[in-house]
Design a protein around this ligand. Structure first.
Ligand SMILES: [Zn+2]
Length: 84
């Protein structure tokens, strides 16, 4: 299994000194289900908010990985935190 799931609304952290701010446009990019993750880290489904952790170049969960109600937009994966 390449990823783990978290269903909280937001990613959590405890030690602020282990995270750094980035203005990189990659955080505004969304990726198709089944695409290769360009960076390892936490990604969020823009449709329902499901978060997953994934390693660099592993395949983001495909369309059939999880189902969310039709009132949500289609599954797109957007980076939340990334490995530098
Ligand atoms: Zn979703």
């Amino acid at each position: 299994m390449f990823f783990v799931e978290r269903k909280s609304a937001m990613a959590l952290y405890q030690r602020q000194n282990e995270l750094s701010y980035s203005s990189s446009s990659v955080f505004n990019t969304t990726y198709e289900p089944g695409a290769s993750a360009p960076f390892g880290g936490i990604y969020k489904c823009t449709g329902c908010g499901l978060e997953i952790g994934i390693a660099k170049f592993h395949v983001l969960p495909p369309q059939n990985h999880h189902q969310h109600p039709s009132r949500y937009t289609p599954i797109r994966w957007q980076p939340v935190t990334l490995h530098a």
